[in-house]
Design a protein around this ligand. Structure first.
Ligand SMILES: [Zn+2]
Length: 221
């Protein structure tokens, strides 16, 4: 069993989590390994994104959960940005020219509110060039397994403006469109196309209402 390495280039460490790397275990076991800092967003299904700096961390814990946000960006070295998911989409961002990274948690609400637009814009604030941003979308629930009721479906389609097959929602289709609209070249966007519900290596809330989450992360060396 292997995990998915994102951005297989130099200067960045990025992986999509599978259930061997679990959020709760990770928090319990975390210590100041390798003098790295680890940042998670609280993940409240919104579209707020925060710029993270080394000074945000307590030297003794090296670990912090940032309240009321679903996305994080940084250009700091040795800062790992994490996201926890079990059907929602973990999205990792990397701008190799200016060495800027980002992470976003995109469920239905975050996608409806365009969390990826907020993330890209925050990266630009700290110097990223839009056309250089690379993006990977990790394991998440697929369209076929994400059926919702008629009311939710209609509201989602109305607000995102992206047609969907009744009564299923394809979140990645919407995100791809949102990213391209922001000016990200389509060739810069990778979708790993793994469905968490179908693949038992991954936690899936829809499969069994689990409270467990896999973690994905990106960090600059
Ligand atoms: Zn599926």
């Amino acid at each position: 069993m292997s995990t998915i390495i994102a951005f297989p280039a130099n200067n960045v460490i990025a992986e999509f989590g599978y259930n061997q790397l679990e959020y709760n275990d990770f928090l319990k076991s975390f210590s100041k390994r390798n003098r790295n800092f680890f940042a998670f967003s609280e993940q409240v299904h919104g579209n707020n994104v925060l710029i993270v700096k080394s000074s945000d961390f307590d030297e003794n814990s090296g670990f912090r959960i940032f309240k009321n946000v679903d996305g994080l960006v940084t250009k700091g070295k040795n800062i790992f940005l994490g996201v926890k998911t079990a059907d929602c989409i973990p999205i990792l961002f990397f701008e190799p020219e200016k060495k800027i990274i980002g992470v976003a948690h995109a469920g239905r609400e975050g996608t409806r509110m365009n969390i990826v637009k907020s993330t890209v814009q925050k990266m630009v604030v700290i110097g990223a060039k839009i056309y250089s941003i690379l993006i990977e979308m990790g394991p998440a629930i697929c369209q076929k397994h994400y059926e919702v009721n008629q009311k939710i479906f209609q509201q989602f389609v109305l607000e995102t403006g992206i047609p969907q097959k009744e009564w299923q929602i394809d979140l990645k289709k919407v995100i791809l469109s949102q990213l391209i609209k922001e000016g990200i070249p389509e060739r810069n966007i990778i979708d790993h196309k793994i469905c968490t519900l179908e693949n038992e290596k991954y936690f899936s809330y829809r499969r069994n209402k689990t409270s467990r989450r896999q973690i994905s992360f990106v960090g600059l060396k």
